[in-house]
Design a protein around this ligand. Structure first.
Ligand code: HEC
Ligand SMILES: [Cu+2]
Length: 365
């Protein structure tokens, strides 16, 4: 036998063990912060445990005949008293079996008993047990599915999240707030997400909040959750949607209710444009207003993210770079270098225009 498989195990096993030493994964489904995520995780753990038990059972059953045949060969070699003469160790298995059956009538009864056991094994192990396992999983997963679906609750906050190539539009209709990529919600209050898309199919997935929910053109999928912890919970588009699919990051930021109220109040204000009217001029003239909106100005387009309170966001281009002046500059003059595939043209601006534009954008708090 070649030692190749052993060698592979010797390499892979320590690697797997080492992987367990890693830092705690931030965005793991196993660390839910909502009852809905916990329910889904419970189903996952149950399925894995059940699978492991069944695997051990099957391996155990497989070991029985292997052990028996090993023992039989070993025994024959020592005793082998048949009227056909000693059984040769190198004889084929059928000949060995035949020799034993002729030699001892109790073996016939034994064979019949074995047959009955085998039949019972087929019935129980092949039909009844799998049916039970599948029915259990079906019932459990429907219970979890129901618990994790949209269950209308009093006082829920409604947020529309719309997928775009390659960013997330976020609308709080009742509060008259529009933002992008970073969804702020209060802790301990039911929140309902209405999910749809402006272009192709995307899938909205914040692992610690809820399972994946597809965003499908012409349809609105919903789910409700109640976060029990504050914090920033990250997720990514989970349905391949084009070149920048892997760079389509979303955050759900869970904050205390009063922090949420303050955030909403700030977002409802028109843009603080006082600082740089030159910059606003550049913004309009450079064509940015063809795709972006800034509340309180002539820019009202909704092709790209609403920039009214751009400076209040922590990241740019759907979670790809931190919201800093150099990054903003790079995004404007060479967007493809920041995020290949981004549907935003590079701006042609003089140094003065660029400075004014950056001042303006940084003033949008
Ligand atoms: C053809 C439409 C279009 C034009 C014109 C355009 N943009 Fe954009 N812009 C987009 C799209 C689409 C995105 C989102 C891309 C993504 O994140 O994948 C975006 C993203 C941005 C962002 C990041 C916003 C965020 O919250 O992440 C900024 C800032 C921005 N654009 C500024 C500008 C400026 C300044 C101009 C003018 C010089 C401009 N854009 C011109 C389409 C456009
Ligand atoms: Cu997507």
């Amino acid at each position: 036998m070649s030692h190749q498989p052993l060698r592979s195990i010797a390499v892979v096993l320590p690697l797997l063990l080492l992987a367990a030493c890693g830092e705690e994964v931030r965005d793991s489904t196993t660390r839910g912060v909502t009852p809905q995520a916990d329910a889904i995780d419970g189903l996952f753990r149950f399925s894995v445990t059940l699978g492991a038990v069944i695997w051990l059972l099957v391996m155990g059953l497989l070991a029985v005949p292997i052990w028996r045949s090993w023992r039989r060969r070993g025994g024959d070699a020592e005793v082998a008293p048949t009227d056909r003469g000693p059984v040769r160790l190198d004889a084929p298995a059928s000949e060995v079996d035949g020799a034993i059956a002729v030699a001892d009538p109790t073996h016939v009864a034994q064979a019949e008993a074995d047959h009955r056991v085998r039949n019972r094994l087929i019935w129980v192990g092949g039909i009844i047990l799998p049916a039970l396992v599948l029915v259990t999983l079906l019932v459990y997963s429907s219970v979890v599915g129901r618990a994790a679906a949209h269950v209308p609750e009093d006082g829920e906050l409604v947020v529309d999240v719309i997928g775009h190539m390659f960013w997330w539009e976020v609308i709080y209709e009742d509060e008259a707030v529009i933002t992008a990529n970073e969804i702020v919600v209060p802790v301990d209050r039911p929140v309902r997400f209405n999910l749809t898309t402006e272009d192709v199919i995307h899938s909205f997935w914040i692992p610690r909040i809820h399972g994946k929910v597809d965003m499908i053109p012409g349809r609105t999928n919903t789910f409700t959750f109640t976060a029990t912890e504050t914090g920033d919970f990250r997720g990514n588009c989970a349905e391949f949607c084009g070149i920048a699919h892997a760079q389509m990051v979303a955050f759900v930021r869970v904050v205390e209710q009063d922090e949420f109220d303050a955030w909403v109040a700030a977002q409802q204000q028109p843009a603080t444009t006082g600082a740089s009217t030159d910059g606003e001029q550049v913004f309009i003239e450079a064509g940015c207003a063809a795709c972006h909106a800034v509340a309180g100005t002539d820019a009202v387009a909704r092709v790209g993210p609403d920039l009214t309170h751009l400076a209040s966001r922590r990241t740019l281009a759907a979670g790809i770079v931190p919201n800093e002046r150099e990054r903003l500059e790079q995004l404007i003059i060479e967007p493809q270098a920041v995020k290949p595939g981004i549907p935003m043209p590079a701006a042609q601006l003089s140094a003065d225009e660029l400075e004014a534009l950056l001042d303006y954008l940084e003033g949008l708090e």
